[in-house]
Design a binder for this molecule. Sequence first.
Ligand code: MLT
Ligand code: MN
Ligand code: ZN
Length: 293
Amino acid sequence: MKVRLLGTAAGGGFPQWNCACAMCAVAGSPSVPARTQDCLAVSPQGTDWYLVNASPDIRAQVLDAPPLAPGPGPRDTPLRGALLTDAELDHTLGLMSLRELRGLSVWAPPAVLHALGSRFPIRDLVAHYGDWRWQPATAFPVLDVSVLAVSDKRPKYARDSTVDGPWVVAYRLADPVTGGSLVYAPCLATWPACFDEFVDGASCVLLDGTFFAAGEMAGTGTSSAAQRAMGHVPIEGPDGSLRRIREHAASGTRWMYTHLNNTNPLLDHDSPEYRAVRDAGVEVPLDGTSMDL
Ligand code: MLT
Ligand code: MN
Ligand code: ZN
């Protein structure tokens, strides 16, 4: 299985267009690389590619990714579909930018399919542009897919929806030929029950690295409680993800943080937080990182 990280920042990207914080001000310098919004592409053999989430930056991300280049026919593309972990705007808005495809297959949890046909009626909108097909994630036809319900955190635009979850899931994609497997979990409100079992033996785990610390958004006027309500477990602390990752140290799994918010000190490779995470053996990959699993 081939994997390409198209984007590694949380919603808003890094730098965020309306942010003048100290970190965004230096984004793009050698030790503080800019990042586009979280999105992944996977391919069983390197010919047919599937997006996992569709970020608002998808156009630039595709143009930056040689394996996703169009051809050989004038309107051919190796893009075959998109698998969604949730209905958040930073993971779905890119679908609108793919309308030139004149149709695409999308797989997602039922609550997400529902939201995209009601609160955020993207299914109705793209139907005017082509033949889009919407299916449950469990029907994803390539690689072996396992789905783990992660949380019922709804997007802001569907906050009061009464539709049953799960609203957020994690995927484990396994290549039956190579035996390689990838867990993709960019939105973890807490370390889910069964997550240790879900990641057991995986070649690589791409994990929610939105926030380093629980109170990190204080500088933007967001309280710790409001930050917690955003549904992203912090990296540090007794309930943080790094402590849980350390328990897997002997497993041989590659661990990586993605979906970094523009408040996260890991964005700065000279920060003590970045050093601590790298010393723990966890990677903080950049946009464009490719893997063969
Ligand atoms: C999130 O990851 O919490 C959401 O994408 C936030 C947002 O951009 O609305
Ligand atoms: Mn997000
Ligand atoms: Zn900023």
